[in-house]
Write a protein that binds this ligand. Structure first.
Ligand SMILES: Cc1cc2nc3c(=O)[nH]c(=O)nc-3n(C[C@H](O)[C@H](O)[C@H](O)COP(=O)(O)OP(=O)(O)OC[C@H]3O[C@@H](n4cnc5c(N)ncnc54)[C@H](O)[C@@H]3O)c2cc1C
Length: 436
């Protein structure tokens, strides 16, 4: 093809409406070609070829292709590494500018730096934009310009900044899309994956979700009272700005949850050591028991603690777990079983459809006590009182632990008060050994 084009590279912003990079490119001088890459560096690391997240992305790519085809354009889809992809594109098209929305995870930052460098070498302008968050890590700073590591003052600042003005929306104007004949798309099988129908159970759009009664009901796993939009936010099928606008109108507690997401994105971005190490270094001095058999029982939902088991089975069967259940199951692993939070984090990373490094790591470290602004280590969730408070009728528990009450259901693998005392002692000794 001849003539200059601008490229928009979609990544975790898989939508056309209210997409900052796309909207800006469409207002530019050159026709816009939208591209997506099945990044082999990421895909080749996925052990499960039946991964529902790949199916979710694949279906979204099909939707986007159809939508763009309606306007005489298409989505060009690659299946290689980023550097090769752009090298190939630059042979097919005369690229004036490359537009993309910023991603703050360590892998993405490194990848984008390399692509920017490559583009620079080719004389291609590379333009990155804010889209994935409403306020970026560098926008929320203390008066002395250092970063916040405690949520409450972070949130206060975040809220003040939000009040500065209405959030901009980025319209999708179709007249400047590059016209093209339909472009091919490899099948999911040719990409090395199988279709997993679980993907279709996850929402892609806000739909009829209302946050008006969010805080009264959100902690009860049997109620369908949270947005279930974490997967849509993860892959950007929903714009964070539209959710924030809704939260501002409907519910401050819901807004705060959206801010937690940005807080953990900021922590990961500014303190990338948290990927492998505790935010607070003294927590790496804890001697974990790391019993493999107990880890397996926890994974399978066979600990003999009904609420923990229900949570783990929900995760295994659906790829989702309710937030309070995530806290209960994670606390049980770190405190009751004294298994390293990194083991649990990595299991969640394999199973959660909404898996996001920043939120998963931040929350695991919060539960383990090792994270920024974490729960104090002596706060050990009691699975029995959590059960009484949040699932008193066992509605949620029985949904997942069908054999509850029968002889098939296992006895508790540890006794609560013994496990609690053991956790407190082990944490205390570990922390003391660090400072001595
Ligand atoms: C151990 C543990 C691991 C977690 N791992 C992840 C993960 O990998 N990916 C993920 O998106 N969330 C994670 N969370 C946070 C939270 O559990 C989920 O975001 C939430 O349950 C998703 O359901 P929802 O969309 O209905 O949430 P809602 O209650 O409707 O909240 C709306 C949105 O706010 C954000 N949010 C809510 N709570 C949190 C929180 N505690 N931390 C960060 N963001 C939050 C999410 O984007 C969520 O979609 C984890 C929590 C724990 C305790």
């Amino acid at each position: 093809m001849s003539g200059k084009v601008n490229i928009v590279w979609l990544r975790r912003d898989l939508r056309l409406e209210d997409n900052h990079a796309l909207s800006l490119a469409l207002r530019g001088k050159y026709p816009v070609l939208v591209v997506f890459l099945f990044d082999r560096i990421i895909l080749d690391q996925l052990p499960d070829k039946n991964d529902a997240r790949v199916s979710f992305i694949y279906r979204q790519i099909e939707f986007l292709k159809r939508e763009l085809q309606q306007y005489g354009s298409d989505l060009l889809v690659g299946d290689t590494t980023p550097e090769l992809f752009f090298e190939q594109l630059s042979k097919r098209f005369t690229i004036h500018s490359l537009f993309y929305n910023r991603d703050y995870e360590p892998y993405a930052v490194d990848r984008d730096r390399k692509i920017d460098h490559w583009a620079h070498g080719k004389g291609i302008e590379s333009i990155s934009l804010k889209d994935h968050v409403v306020l970026e890590p560098q926008e929320i700073r203390k008066p002395d310009h250092t970063a916040y590591s405690v949520f409450t003052p972070y949130y206060k600042k975040w809220r003040e900044k939000l009040a500065d003005g209405p959030l901009t929306r980025y319209p999708f104007q179709t007249n400047n899309l590059l016209k093209t004949t339909p472009l091919p798309l490899k099948s999911l099988q040719d990409l090395g994956f199988k279709y997993n129908p679980l993907e279709s159970t996850f929402k892609r759009h806000i739909g009829d979700f209302s946050a008006i009664h969010y805080e009264q009901n959100r902690d009860f796993p049997a109620k369908n009272a949270t947005s279930r939009l974490s997967t849509a936010l993860r892959f950007g099928t929903v714009s964070i700005r539209s959710l924030v606008v809704q939260a501002l109108k409907e519910n401050e507690v819901f807004l705060k949850e959206l801010a937690w997401r940005e807080f953990f994105i900021s922590i990961l971005h500014l303190y990338p050591h948290v990927v492998t190490r505790s935010f607070k270094p003294q927590y790496d001095a804890i001697t974990w028991r790391n019993d493999l058999k107990e880890f397996e029982l926890w994974q399978k939902g066979l600990t003999g603690y009904p609420l923990v088991d229900a949570a783990m089975r929900e995760l295994n069967e659906t790829g989702y777990m309710h937030n309070r259940m995530r806290m209960v199951a994670a606390s049980f692993l770190c405190k009751h079983l004294l298994i390293d939070w990194r083991w649990g984090e990595s299991y969640f990373a394999q199973k959660l459809m909404d898996y996001e490094l920043a939120s998963n790591n931040g929350n695991w470290q919060w539960v383990a006590g090792s994270g920024c602004d974490a729960a104090p280590y002596f706060r050990v969730f009691n699975p029995y009182s959590q059960q009484e408070k949040f699932d008193p009728q066992l509605t949620y528990t029985r949904r997942w632990v069908r054999e509850l009450g029968s002889s098939k259901y296992p006895k508790p693998i540890v006794e609560h008060s013994i496990a609690r005392d053991r956790a407190l002692q082990t944490y205390k000794e570990g922390l003391a050994s660090f400072s001595s």
